[in-house]
Design a protein around this ligand. Structure first.
Ligand SMILES: *Cc1c(COP(=O)(O)O)cnc(C)c1O
Length: 231
């Protein structure tokens, strides 16, 4: 077995263990393999080991990998920060976008989504760490933004995403993820039909799963430590 295949297997086991430990079904948590900075060959290796959902942070790099792996049944997620001059490429090439924090960006993505493709599946990024994080919409503005996004024709609002400030303290990890889950529950009570809670990375996914994550975004534990970050 290759290193990526065995890392993937270990990650799947750890996800299933974390789910089972809190009484959730292992299938209730999807794995998004974050392949940023790793070559198309690494993605193919993970794909051959049964992984079909990949996350990329850089538009050009992601677009190149999508082209290199055309023909494989891969679902591509854009999870990086979104600049307005990059929305067209994202709308044309990706299946999902996790980092929407402004209505203007959502409007551009909807307007630029090609008519022959299904709606772009999107998550709203929420700032659950207050001052400690600059990205994501503040909790109290999230519902208004969610309603704005839900009204756009070529986007399908699936849920919420967060990247809490990193900490080794599991109680702090859980407190941040709980904020996102509480918002998710509130928006669903208010009539938005959300099914995706995108939270948890290599260092904190067990806490995210304990707080209800339905999709964990894991890079390092599968592909190894990143040595470079292309612009
Ligand atoms: C890089 C990245 C990840 C994966 O992080 P790891 O610590 O390598 O698991 C997850 N989510 C986002 C938004 C990222 O940018």
């Amino acid at each position: 077995m290759t290193t990526i295949a065995s890392n993937l297997q270990a990650t799947r086991t750890a996800i299933a263990d974390a789910a089972t430990a809190c009484g959730r079904a292992p299938q209730a948590v999807e794995l998004l393999a974050v392949s940023k900075t790793f070559p198309a060959d690494a993605v193919r290796e993970a794909y051959d080991a049964g992984q079909c959902r990949f996350g990329e942070n850089y538009v050009q790099e992601g677009k190149d990998k999508i082209a290199a792996l055309q023909g494989l049944q891969i679902e591509w997620h854009f999870i990086g920060p979104i600049q307005s001059n990059k929305t067209r490429l994202i709308a044309e090439h990706f299946d999902w976008v996790h980092g929407i924090e402004r209505l203007k960006i959502a409007e551009r993505l909807s307007a630029q989504r090609p008519a022959h493709l299904p709606p772009l599946q999107v998550c709203l990024q929420v700032n659950v760490s207050g001052e400690a994080s600059k990205s994501g919409v503040p909790l109290e503005q999230a519902e208004a933004l969610a309603r704005g996004i839900a009204a756009l024709p070529n986007l399908s609002l699936r849920g919420l995403m967060a990247i809490p400030a990193p900490t080794d303290d599991v109680a702090e990890q859980r407190a941040a993820f709980a904020q996102l889950r509480e918002l998710f529950d509130k928006l669903n009570r208010d009539g938005l039909q959300l099914d995706t809670l995108s939270m948890g990375m290599s260092h904190d996914f067990p806490a995210a799963i304990a707080e209800g994550a339905t999709m964990v975004r894991i890079g390092t534990a599968i592909f190894g430590v990143r040595s470079k970050s292309p612009a």
